[in-house]
Design a protein around this ligand. Structure first.
Ligand code: FAD
Length: 283
């Protein structure tokens, strides 16, 4: 929740490769800015593959679109000197929030390298370098990170990362509110009070979603999968059904105490806004 007790709402973008894509992203961001979200965030290609594009996008969204924008920053494949340089650039530009991650190196970039191996080390590094300047967000995995040895290990890792100095967390997306409630209950029992904001993925395209969900360990419930499969190429029905499923899950999450929602927009405005409007989140 924000200080006014309303849910905190944020929208995530990815930096684009082309000028046309970037223009489209800015237009989407301007449209979403009209809804007065609490912040935007912009992803970072682990290993620095989007270093300049993430930096430029963040500065433009923050400075021109005028919504506080959080860069994502990952530590695999980057040296401490490279991370320090980015942190200083963001700090001097007045950026106040950062999403601290380990990251996944894109295939073809070899084995994970870099001086920091896990996100908890990055959180410690940011605190050591910049004190309390940044509000630090970390990632949470209610359905377990796909590379974790087991759920208990992953919980312990989350606790270590939170205690390293995180202010709040954003989850990997999921389609089952119960896994979120269980995760939050478990971390509270382990003494961590860090707010955990659900990451919300609107459903717009079944085949892409299925591929991506397999990779990141998000389970699509069988009844949702079967219904989406039955729609075949009927994108309109997929989107209408997806909107209903995600809206109902968000209602359940907010009613059950989730402090906000973080939308994975995939650089599109309409799917997130449809859910926003269904939830009556207008400010
Ligand atoms: P960590 O918390 O470091 O965990 C990674 C794995 O290591 C887990 O299995 C954990 O259990 C284990 N682990 C953690 N600490 C230890 C330890 N000390 N010893 C042994 N095992 C340990 N990726 C990007 O590349 N760019 C992005 O911009 C990006 N944005 C994201 C935003 C959100 C909200 C989320 C949820 C994910 C994002 N990701 C992004 C994906 C993320 O980088 C991957 O999921 C990555 O594999 C893990 O990152 P993490 O920060 O959660 O890692």
């Amino acid at each position: 929740m924000t200080s006014s007790n309303r849910p905190s709402i944020s929208f995530e973008f990815f930096p684009t490769k082309t000028e046309a894509g970037h223009e489209k992203l800015l237009n989407v961001a301007r449209q979403l800015a009209g809804y007065q979200p609490d912040f935007f965030s912009c992803t970072y290609g682990a290993g620095g593959s989007t270093r300049d594009r993430t930096l430029n996008t963040v500065l433009q969204l923050d400075g021109e679109v005028k919504i506080p924008t959080a860069p994502h920053l990952s530590c695999v494949g980057d040296t401490k000197a490279q991370l320090r340089e980015l942190l200083n650039l963001y700090k001097s530009a007045g950026i106040q929030r950062i999403v601290a991650l380990r990251g996944d190196l894109p295939s073809g970039m070899g084995m994970a390298s870099g001086e920091l191996r896990y996100a908890n080390e990055l959180v410690e590094f940011i605190r050591a370098e910049t004190g309390d300047h940044f509000h630090i967000e970390i990632a949470a995995y209610p359905e377990m990170h796909p590379q974790a040895r087991n759920f208990e290990d992953d919980l312990a890792n989350f606790v270590r990362k939170a205690k390293a100095g995180a202010d709040s967390a954003i989850t990997q997306y999921f389609f089952n509110a119960d896994c979120y409630f269980y995760f939050v209950e478990r971390v509270r029992k382990l003494g961590v009070q860090t707010p955990v904001v659900p990451g919300i993925m609107p459903i717009t395209n079944y085949s892409k979603l299925a591929r991506f969900s397999d990779a990141c360990g998000a389970e699509i419930p069988r009844w949702v999968r079967k219904q989406l499969e039955a729609y075949g190429d009927d994108m309109q029905s997929i989107q209408a059904f997806g909107e209903q499923v995600i809206t109902e899950m968000c209602q359940k999450l907010l009613a059950g105490g989730a402090p906000g929602l973080h939308f994975y927009t995939l650089n599109q405005a309409e799917p997130s806004l449809a859910i926003w409007n269904n939830l009556g989140l207008s400010r």
